[in-house]
Ligand binder design. Structure first.
Ligand code: URA
Length: 293
């Protein structure tokens, strides 16, 4: 008898997609975005942005940027191209553009607008919302997490899911809440399937969080998790070694901000025995707050 070749089982295929982080259907029918982009002439920008100078002068003409909502200062200058729906290859030009947009944001509102208009990070293509910040921008303490997850992506606010509820309890334990703390993430768009962001994606997003810290100018930072600590404290050390010891985050303007790396609430949910370590770290934060007044 001849054996009949069996096609891939649909359940296996779905399991494969899920394990690769593909957990959302964006369209009913698959679209070949590459073919679509190749056949389309580039659109004109609906608004304009200052062409980068200095380190950004080498931006390619194909760099795409949606500029709706950018300030007058930028709107007065010649246009770059409008955004396309194609996947952006993360590269040094996009990082340079991100640096330019971050440094030209004079306020948190402007920074949020620049980030919302920036199309140079692939994570934005699959994210539902920009997750910019929550809490009080005048607070003495700024907490910086890692990447938004599903609930944060849906609401456009950091730490609103299960780990956010734990974070709220940790804050309450030292007398803080979202009116007395400011919360953001190092990566403002949810990576698909909650995967770890690539080094390119991290590098592209870094100028935004650095500028956000500079504009908030908190008295101290709390790094929630290894990714936040590694990106903002310039170290590759593991969070279990870093945590509990004050470090320094230095802004582009040279301002040194004390930073306490600690364990991420999502890690604590899986490793409740380590909550005591985070508790010690939060007591350090409370003590420093007292000494700084
Ligand atoms: N984890 C994070 O690091 N940030 C969030 O906003 C949610 C979960």
């Amino acid at each position: 008898m001849t054996a009949v070749a069996r096609g891939p089982d649909i359940a296996d295929l779905l399991a494969f997609y899920a394990s690769a982080g593909v957990d959302e259907a964006l369209e009913e029918q698959p679209l070949n975005r590459f073919a679509e982009a190749a056949s389309k002439p580039p659109e004109r920008a609906s608004a304009t942005v200052t062409p980068p100078t200095g380190e950004n002068a080498a931006l390619p003409r194909s760099t795409s940027l949606s500029c709706a909502g950018l300030g007058e200062r930028q709107a007065a200058a010649p246009a770059l191209r409008a955004p396309s729906a194609t996947a952006t290859v993360p590269d040094e030009q996009q990082a340079a553009l991100a640096r330019h947009l971050a440094t030209t944001a004079a306020t948190l509102d402007e920074l949020r607008q620049h980030m919302a208009a920036f199309d140079g990070c692939n994570l934005k293509l699959t994210a539902k919302n920009l997750v910019f910040a929550d809490g009080n921008p005048n607070a003495a303490v700024m907490l910086v997490g890692e990447t938004p997850e599903r609930d944060e992506d849906i609401e456009g606010l950091p730490f609103v899911g299960q780990s956010g509820r734990l974070l709220d309890r940790m804050l309450a334990a030292i007398g803080l809440d979202r009116t007395s703390a400011y919360i953001a993430n190092v990566i403002p768009w949810r990576p698909p399937g909650n995967r770890t962001p690539t080094p390119h994606e991290t590098e592209i997003c870094r100028p935004f969080i650095e500028r956000q810290i500079e504009l908030v100018n908190p008295k101290m930072l709390v790094n929630l998790g290894g990714l936040s600590a590694n990106i903002l404290l310039g170290t590759t050390e593991a969070i279990l070694r870093l945590r509990g010891n004050w470090r320094v985050h230095t802004t582009a303007a040279g301002i040194a901000i004390p930073a306490m790396p600690t364990l991420h609430p999502a890690y604590l949910l899986k490793n409740p025995a380590h909550k005591k370590l985070a508790w010690r770290d939060f007591l350090e934060v409370k003590a420093k707050l007292r000494t700084l007044g």
